[in-house]
Design a protein around this ligand. Structure first.
Ligand code: SAH
Ligand code: SF4
Length: 405
């Protein structure tokens, strides 16, 4: 692990699912009070003539208890509360709309201070009705019902610059990066809307945007989300999903020691096809991506998630299933197959169920763990790749891939 500082006031953790007690040394400075780490609060409070220990109190109020109104910070003296009011602690977003689907998936329209919108989704994990069964968290099998453990899917950018042809965000293009405060506030606002008995269990960067294209803000938000005096999410339960920005995968590996769960959007097993689907592949071809995965310092018994959006006649052949296993030999993986969600105006779509099952069997026959991702919240278009821009998006020119019969 690279030189990293232990945060002020943090204690060594004693469980193996490490929470992040370190932050990358070269984080850009905070742009909003909500994204200050405790040691940054200490520096500010010192300037205000306040004692060090108040830093952790303020940090805990915001990130552990979700309180941003200084009036409610009962153990903070009045003069400091007044100073915090001047500082302006409120979250830099509002929830403009919540749409709930039958499976209790809640899609929230997030309005940013400049009136741009992104989305975040609360997804109840499926649980087994039979307590003796032990399926994968997101495996769809009969007899599973939505439970009280919530996975939250968050956005990292307004739109996305990567231009993947099957993705609504990619087709719309990038409008801007989100700040760390805007990223973490999605989680704070989401947690505040959980109902009795529900608990936030996982956070996945699978909403709008390419998280590793916005590395500084995403790294800061990881340090905040996993801080033991804050939301205290385990790093293994925070997943960064990327289309394959190789230098930033290496940076993540260095900054967080391989503790953060990595998901790679693969979607094709040869460079020609992958470049058609995902323009980033021209810059970082498969050989370089696979090499980065091989050097990712994955903790023991952990696997990298490979996301593979199945598109009819494009990437769903038997030969491609076989090649996937060969390509990633030597990397501990599990494959999540995502039947392509329809994108308005696109002729691309998912294969039929029998073709999806066949692709899955091919992978399993070769010993690769493979699951078909549950289609959650489909009815409200909250599924992956459907988090489209509202307003007037700038359209990126995309060229359709050749589709086989
Ligand atoms: N930019 C990141 C994370 C956001 S997208 C990434 O690409 O990994 C989350 C997942 O949804 C990615 O695997 C993405 O490829 C996939 N996805 C995008 N559009 C989709 C669609 N129309 N149908 C199914 N999956 C899609
Ligand atoms: Fe961006 Fe991911 Fe969509 Fe590609 S799939 S355009 S990287 S959000």
């Amino acid at each position: 692990m690279s030189p990293a500082r232990r945060l002020a006031g943090s204690q060594p953790t004693c469980h193996t699912d490490l929470t992040v007690a370190t932050i990358p040394t070269d984080l850009p400075p905070p742009t909003h009070p909500v994204e200050r780490l405790p040691e940054e609060w200490e520096a500010i409070l010192a300037e205000w003539g306040e004692p060090r220990y108040r830093a952790l109190q303020v940090f805990k109020w915001i990130h552990q208890r979700g309180v941003t109104d200084p009036a409610e910070m009962t153990d903070v003296p009045k003069r400091l509360r007044a100073r915090l009011v001047e500082e302006g602690l409120s979250l830099p977003l509002t929830i403009a709309h919540v749409h709930e689907s039958q499976d209790r998936t809640r899609k929230m329209l997030v309005r940013l201070p400049d009136d741009r919108d992104v989305e975040t989704v609360l997804i109840p994990q499926l649980r087994n009705v039979d307590p003796d069964r032990d399926d994968e968290e997101d495996e769809v099998t009969p007899g599973r019902v939505p439970g009280h453990r919530i996975t939250q899917c968050i956005s990292s950018q307004v739109g996305c610059a990567m231009g993947c042809v099957f993705c609504a965000s990619g087709i719309a293009g990038l409008e801007r990066h989100l700040s760390a405060a805007e990223i973490v506030s999605q989680v704070l606002a989401g947690r505040a809307r959980l109902t009795e008995g529900e608990a936030l269990r996982n956070v996945v960067f699978m909403g709008m945007g390419e998280p590793l294209h916005n590395y500084g803000a995403v790294a800061r938000s990881l340090a905040l989300l996993c801080h033991q005096d804050g939301l205290n999410l385990s790093t293994r339960r925070v997943t960064v999903s990327t289309s394959g920005l190789v230098p930033e995968i290496d940076r993540l590996a260095t900054d967080f020691g391989g503790q953060v769960q990595l998901a790679i959007s693969l979607h094709a097993v040869d460079d020609a096809r992958r470049s058609e689907l995902m323009p980033i592949n021209r810059k970082h071809p498969l050989r370089d991506l696979v090499a980065a995965l091989k050097r990712y310092p994955l903790p023991k018994r952990r696997r990298i998630t490979i996301e593979y959006t199945l598109i009819r006649g494009v990437n769903d052949s038997d030969a491609e299933a076989k090649e996937l296993t060969r390509l990633l030999r030597g990397v501990p993986i599990k494959v999540n197959l995502i039947p392509m969600n329809p994108v308005p105006g696109s002729p691309l779509g998912a294969p039929d169920l029998s073709a999806i099952e066949r692709f899955q069997s091919q992978l399993r026959d070769q010993g690769t763990a493979c699951y078909v991702r549950a289609q959650r919240g489909d009815a409200i278009a909250a599924a992956c790749g459907q988090l489209a821009l509202h307003g007037k998006p700038r359209k990126v020119k995309t060229k359709l891939p050749t589709i086989r019969d």
